[in-house]
Structures are given as C-alpha cells and as structure tokens.
Design a protein around this ligand. Sequence first.
Ligand code: BGC
Length: 741
Amino acid sequence: MKFFQNLVWVAIFSLSGTVAAQTPVYLDETKPMEDRIEDALSRMTLEEKVALCHAQSKFSSPGVPRLGLPENWMTDGPHGIRAEVIWDEWDQAGWTNDSCMAFPALTCLAATWNPEMALLYGKSIGEEARYRNKNVLLGPGVNIYRTPLNGRNFEYMGEDPYLASEMVVPYIEGVQSNGVAACVKHYALNNQEYDRHAVNVEVSDRALYEIYLPAFKAAVQKGKAWAIMGAYNRYKNQYCCHNQYLLNDILRKEWGFDGVVISDWGGVFNTKEAAYNGLDMEFGTWTDGLTNGKGDAYSNYYLAQPFLDLLKNGTIPESVVDGKVRNILRLMFRTTMNRNRPYGSFKTPAHASAARKIAEEGIVLLQNKNNVLPIRLCETKRILVVGENAIKMMTVGGGSSSLKAQYEISPLDGLKARVGDAAEVMYARGYVGNIDGSYNGVVSKVNLAESRSADELLDEAVNKAKSADYVVFVGGLNKNSHQDCEGGDRTSYGLPYGQDRVIEALSQANPRTIVVLISGNSVAMPWIDQVPAIVEGWYCGSEAGNALASILVGDVNPSGKLPFSMYVKLEDYHAHSFNDSIVYPGLNHQQIYKDDIFVGYRWSDLHKKIRPMFSFGHGLSYTTFEYGKAEIDKKVVRQGESLRVRIPVTNTGNRSGAEIVQLYVSDLKSSLPRPKKELKGFKKVDLQPGESQIVEFEIDESKFSYFDDKKHAWVAEPGKFEILIGSSSSDIRSKVAFELE
Ligand code: BGC
C-alpha cells in the first residue's frame, strides 16, 4: 500500500514538474515583456508571422491560433466606439448591443484647454472600447488646422502645436489605462481631405518640426502611445503609410517609438516599401478588384501573399518581418495579453456625465453684447428656437467617426427639458439644409423632410421671432458631404443653405437673437455686428442639447476658448492668401506649404490688416477677470535653467467662473524669421467672485527654441525675449522681458 502511495506521489510530482517546466516563457507574466516577445516569435512559422501583418476583416487582424495569441480588433474613434460592421464591409452589422456613448468632437475637447478633461475623455472612451473587446482605438487625431475648409478639422485639436500636444497626452494615458491602445492619427501632413489619397505635400523641415509634428512627438514620447496610424497622403513622393522619412527616420530613430504602425484603411500601395519603410499592419486595402466581398481578398494585401513570396524567395530577409512581429506582439502584450487590465464599461451614467462636462467646458461664448446671455428665465415668457441644427442628429455622418449613439439630445430637446414650465419654447425650421440622416446603415431617428419653400420658412421664423423674448438660432455646418465630413473639403467659407439671410432677418425682427454655431470649423459671419450673442457649440455628442442649454441659461458659466483663429474671410488664412492652387488644394497631386510655419495667429500677428473675428484662445465668460503684473524670477536665463513666471488673476465679476491664462513667448530678435509670439503654457483656474490666485508657470529652454533645418536641431538662440500673458492671443494683459544667455 505504502509503495503504491509513494508511486502516486512520484507521479504527481513529476507531472506538475513537467507542467511547470513546459509553461512557455511568452505566457509567463513574471518574465520581462521583451523576453516573452522573443519567445513567442521563436515559435512562429513564417506564414504565421506574415498573417499578423495584415487584416482578416474590415477592422480585425488574425492572432496565432496555434499559440493562443489573440486577434487584434480595432475600432473608430475618436469620439465614440463605432458600431460593429459586417466582416468585409463598412455597413453596420445590425447588432443590438453596440450603440455607444457619443463624446464631444475633439475640437470641443481642445476648446476646454483642460488636460483633466482630456484624461477623463480618454479614460471614458477607453472603457467603452475595452467593454466592446477592442484593443486598438483609432484616435485621437492631431492634424493641424491649416485651412477652415478641411472636412475633418472637427476630429482634430486646432491650429496650435503646443495646445494639441498638451491635450493629446492625457487622452492617450486615459485610453491606455484600460489596456486599450490609442492609435494616434493621421501621421502626417493630412491637413485636408481634398485629394487625400494622392496629394504629395512639400513642406520645409522647419514647418514640419515646429507645426505639424509636435503633437505626434508628444503623443509618442510623453503619452507613450502604443500605436500610430499612417496618413493617406504622400510626403517626399512616398505614401505616408510606408514612408522612409516619417516612419523610419523620425518616428523610430529620432523619437524611439516602440509601438505598432498601422496603415490608414487603404493607404498601402507597395509591398517592398511597406516591408522596409516602417509599416507593421496593413488595413483596408482594395486589391486589384479582388476584394469586394471575395473571401480571399485579404491574402492579396501587399503585406500578405506578395510579402510572403518575397520572404520565401529570399528577396526580403526574415529579419524584416520579425521586426514587424515584435511590434505587433508588443501591442498584444500591452493589451489583450495583459491579464490585469480592467474590464471596461459601456454607456454608463458616468460616461454620460463625462460627455456633458467636457461639452460644457468646451462650448465657447464668442460674443455677448449687453450681456444678452445668459437667458433670464424669470423674465421670459417665450423662447423661439430656429434652425435645422436644433433638431438634426450630428452623431450620424461625417465619415469614419460616425456613430450609432445610444441617444443624442438635440439642442431643441435640451433647451425644452431645461426650461420646463418656466417658459414656452417654440420652434421654427428657418431653412432646410441636408435632410439625409443616415450613414453606413445607421439611420437617425429624426425625419427632416420639409415641403415648404425657403420664403415660407423664413416668414414663419420671423413672425414667431417678433413675439419671443429670445431667439436662439441653431445653425452652422453639419456632417454631410463637403461640410464637416471626411472624404472632401468644404467648397466655400460661408454658411450653407442660405442661413445668413435667416440670421439677418431674425436679428431685425428680434434684438435678442443669439446665434449658436454647430460646427468643427470657422465660417464667415457677415451678420456679426447685427446679433448680440454668438456661441460656438461644436459637435457635442450624446449630451449636446443638455450641455448647450446649461450654458444658454447660465447653469454653467462658459469657460471654453477657441483652439483655432476665426477670420473674416478665407483669404485671411495664410494657406489661402496666395490664391494659388499649389498651396491649396494642390495641383496635379502636388502641394507646397508656402505658408510654412506661419499658420493661424502666427500669420495674422504679422499683418495688421488681418483682424481675426475671434482670435485663437478667445472665449468669454459670464464673469470678468482682471490680470495683475507678470513677474519672473530672473532677468537673465542661462543654458539649462528654467524661468518661473507668476501672475495674479482675479475674478472681478459676481459669479464663479474659470479663466484660461495663456503664456506666449516672443523672441525679439532672431537670425531666422520667427512668429511674433507662440503659445508655450496655459492654465485653467477656477475663481469664486472676488477671489485672486497667483498663476505660476515654469518654462524651460525648449520653449524658447526654434528648429534650425540646417543643423537639424532645436536651437535656443541667446538674446532678448518677452513673456506675454493674456486671455487670448490678441488680448495680452501683461508683458515681461528677459535675456537668454
Ligand atoms: C480614416 C481613418 C479611420 C479608418 C477606419 C479611414 O478612412 O481616414 O481615420 O480610422 O478609415 O475607419
């Protein structure tokens, strides 16, 4: 008996000993990630390696089933989690559990100038992605606002590289805290939609490094983004998705990126370039007419069979695919293979309140003559709301960021809910824009059909306006083609659908006409002097109407500021000032950024004749702020030292509010032309009525530098500088000079 017992113990010991010895390194979470990657790589066949490098469906790529390595699942991004699509198609799959929370567009997030809001945004949308079992979120977008015609500006963070850099980092950190990779897009120079699949951008190294790359660099180095998406367009005559300069030289070598490079959908055109020039994963390719619905489409991808063939016949060495697989495995170990990542959550009340808070902090009060806003409900009997955008669903449309939202509160419904019985809220359509409310199979619940003529609609609105205490016109752009929409640019700067005429007529009928623009872009405002109040209401997602109502009636004191300059006319934008199609939108697929580093306020600051309607950094409040004198801790800054700046700011009004204090650096004399000033710091401070706070900044040498393209290095040139502190880029309240040694 004893003998048998011993035998059993020996058997158990040796069995568990074998099991322990057999736990592969790549599955052993106590081992360093790089060791696990090497171990997994060493177990894979060439075919398995190649399979990782390309899609298997519209939004997924295979894992290694034999080794238990999971698939990768991507989702748009960047404003909510896209509805499930059919395996091979863009159309939604008709699932009933995939309607998401829609967060405000990134322009609105940028307008909060509040990194805490970016963190909240990233954390919340990351939780939604995680819950839906996606390990890569295709966003955020940080292409620079170079022209107000760009159909995708609403997905980006404005014209200033510093603001975009500061806002993108916490967004990424929030997303990735869920074990979901943020895929920063579109790297790089994808600053328009017109001809995006072909246009070759020529830009100086200075403009590239000072304007177009900083937000990507911050995303990689500070945000530690795990993924980046190549852009559709070309740079130095190479597609950005397999671009030697952007991907190998800058992203990998200069910045030390260790994450995965994902192509934009259909952005790959060449196997050898894709193999050698830094791309890791190919998505969305349309190959030789074989793709449409055909089962084997994916094996025809450039990084599929054609890649395998070149590897097998020795044209491309195996080390090339190994490099890609290491990056892809790193993505997996950081996301799907991390057993400790949270589980996520979906369309929760917490996400609704995050969406609302971000919207409320991002909405910008552009103009408020005679303090017509906030609406004083106690003195109000009737409010007239006019305009298609007061009822149109804005989460549907616009391209890949289109959503199937669980709900979307329209401006009209939001205002009605807030006003309740306090006053009557009437509605008039005012104009007809685009009544189509569907996108990729997602159909908006609002029927916008209208049979009355433009004149009849105008008459109705004007008549009702006469008897109202306030008129709230809600117009702007929308998510239909050639508005704020992917795949094309706007065709003119003016408001579409005859809205100018409606606004002018309303302002004559009622002096308390408030214009709310729903858009991701600036528009011409010929009626600017005729209306007392103008609000930039952005695309605010599920909670849009609630957030707007709380601003309009004053439950929330507006504190958003513009992330881009708004000019009177198109030619005031530098890219349009040349009136030369080689500068915009390009000629024969070639484009030259002659506007160079002088984008937005960097350009208009040099030209007294160009006065912005509303400057970069502008935004009003229902209270007022007074700035004291800025002080610095030294008059001479030596190499390696940083400068401390302090300025007192006081809330001089009678309600609490938040002010965004902006710090600009001005290099008074330099050997290269430089902008008059550049944003290098900002802080949002909450102040009670009468309260003062000292706002402090610490700025180091990097903030005084420019990019010297001859030396290919950032240079802080000794000489005289000024620190300008202001409430916007054109409202400087205090200046202080120092010398850089
Ligand atoms: C867009 C990307 C998007 C991708 C997947 C492309 O057309 O440019 O931003 O992530 O589609 O939908």
